[in-house]
Write a protein that binds this ligand. Structure first.
Ligand code: SAH
Length: 508
């Protein structure tokens, strides 16, 4: 993005699933100085902006809906005039029912350049994820996207309701939930069949999606009975009947399950994504943070003397990254490891080595310190072993190895417990609306249990909130701390944790 002439990016954020952000949206966000975002945009999307970028929610501006817009426009114009790269992040598509047109007009009037980045609009996201093809050669050859904000009989309504009742295709209403009964009544009165297949899709494309289907005339009652509210779209037309065959989204194994991920922030995203693809609502509450060790002296000494060792052993992905980055910082490259055999505790660590084009010489068949120690004991007999690890954790590997080899242990990274501060997550744990907590290491287990209040612990004990552990070692720590483990991974990896979750969800 050019930084010289003032520019505003009117960016569509899609309906809620991060997978429906466009590449261009991510590009714009990653270079933003200021992001002004709609209330419906998930906060996680803001992670694509630099941490230094300013973030403003439109709800932070004074006034309510219509009064707020001049302030929002003014803020964009002022910031762009100061040379800031401004991203105006809007739900769905910026030019569909989001006042994007008015915002672009205001920018043009102020002489500020703009780019519009199309987004997946809610109606399309809802149709895809509810299994309702909006057109179909047998049922509908046209679609109308209609505002539900101008109910019939109001002087401000610019809609031709007779034409809508006669429209030969699928109707999709936005912003119509508070006027649902009036909309349905009018369409039926003007001749639309009361039996027309219809649906309301709430929070489409997310793990919170809910869909209610009914013949048009009974849709308002069915929606009220199910307790659906905004944001939702109303879909009316013969194609809705296809949902019976084509619904897929709500059938995924973790659909609607609320799962808490407690891994460090930089490692959480991959697990969160995997859970979301299986239908879950994944929340993140990092219990630990990975930092540089307080003192590099011992590490640097070992790295400068790698020729003394025959084996280099890694017990985590973090350890691999930290050691290799330090090596680079000292002016070496991978050739410094050329004379060493490499051991990795499990497949995740092995994969991380491979990402640096290093093939581990040893990965034990069972991913735990005892197994790594047993395998290494034979192969490294009488040799010198360098163990790269965190500044805390189990000492078993060093102890066992020391029986047959010379072992030097270096702390290449430091783990720090984080204070759990996310109100929404803590409330969810307390009121039992979070179904599962994933516990992916012993240290996370300790930090997590220390952070849980009595109410949450009671929820865990009575099974409302279930702990899913990555390995027997982690499970043992949880049990020592007097909490039950609902399921344990058969393979001690995050993929194994996901499998255990699926098993639990099937049984629930
Ligand atoms: N520009 C947006 C629409 C903004 S108007 C777009 O293109 O999607 C806000 C309306 O969008 C809501 O009242 C609701 O009807 C719809 N909407 C937004 N997100 C939605 C979602 N995840 N599921 C269902 N409807 C949604």
């Amino acid at each position: 993005m050019p930084n010289d002439s003032p520019m505003v990016y009117l960016v569509g954020a899609g309906p809620g699933d991060v997978g429906l952000l466009t590449l261009r949206a991510i590009e714009c966000l990653s270079q933003a100085d200021l992001v002004i975002y709609d209330k419906l945009v998930p906060l996680a999307f803001l992670d694509y902006a630099p941490s230094a970028a300013e973030r403003l929610c439109v709800a932070d501006f004074p006034g309510c809906h219509p009064e707020r817009w001049p302030h929002v426009q003014q803020a964009m114009i002022v910031a762009a005039g100061q040379g800031k790269r401004v991203v105006r992040l809007k739900g769905g598509d910026p030019f569909l029912f989001g006042r994007g047109g008015e915002e672009a007009e205001a920018l043009r009037k102020a002489g500020i350049g703009f780019e519009v980045v199309a987004g997946v609009t809610a109606g399309l996201g809802a149709a895809a994820c509810a299994g309702i093809p909006l057109t179909h050669r047998d049922y509908a050859s046209a679609v109308a996207l209609v505002t539900g904000h101008e109910p019939p009989g109001r002087p401000e309504s610019k809609l031709d309701w007779q034409a809508l009742a006669r429209f030969p295709g699928t109707l999709v209403f936005y912003m119509g939930m508070s006027h649902l009964a009036e909309i349905v009544h009018t369409l039926v009165e003007l001749g639309k069949s009361p039996d027309t297949p219809s649906a309301v899709v709430q929070q489409a494309t997310t793990g919170n999606q809910r869909t209610v289907e009914a013949p048009l005339a009974s849709l308002p009652d069915s929606v009220a009975a199910a307790g659906l509210g905004s944001p939702a779209v109303i879909v009316i037309g013969a194609v809705v009947a296809l949902r019976k065959e084509l619904a897929w989204f709500e059938q995924r194994p973790l659909f609607g399950r609320r799962v808490l991920v407690t891994r460090p922030r930089h490692q959480a995203a991959e697990l969160v994504r995997r859970l979301e693809r299986l239908g879950a609502v994944a929340l993140s509450l990092p219990m630990l943070e990975v930092r540089e060790p307080a003192d590099w002296t011992a590490v640097d000494h070992a790295l400068k003397n790698l020729a003394l060792y025959q084996w280099l052993v890694f017990t985590s992905v973090n350890g691999v990254h930290a050691l290799i980055q330090r090596l680079r910082k000292l002016g070496y490259d991978l050739r410094a490891l050329g004379g060493l055999r490499l051991a990795a505790i499990g497949p995740g660590t092995a994969q991380c080595l491979r990402s640096y084009y290093l093939e581990p010489d040893l990965v034990p068949s069972e991913y735990r310190s005892e197994s790594l120690a047993a395998a290494l004991k034979q192969r490294a007999q009488g040799q010198r072993v360098l163990l790269a690890r965190a500044d805390r954790g189990r000492d078993i590997l060093r102890q066992e190895l020391a029986e047959s080899a010379t072992v030097d242990q270096i702390a290449v990274y430091s783990q720090v417990d984080l204070l759990a501060t996310n109100r929404d997550v803590l409330d969810g744990l307390r009121d039992g609306t979070i179904d599962y907590i994933t516990v992916t290491s012993s240290n996370i287990a300790r930090a997590l249990v220390a952070a849980l209040d009595q109410e949450t612990k009671a929820n865990v004990k009575n099974g409302r909130v279930k702990l899913v552990s990555i390995s027997p070692v982690t499970s043992a720590v949880i049990r020592e701390l007097d909490l039950p483990v609902a399921a344990e991974a058969a393979e001690y990896t995050t993929a194994g944790v996901v499998q255990a979750l699926i098993g639990l969800a099937e049984r629930a």
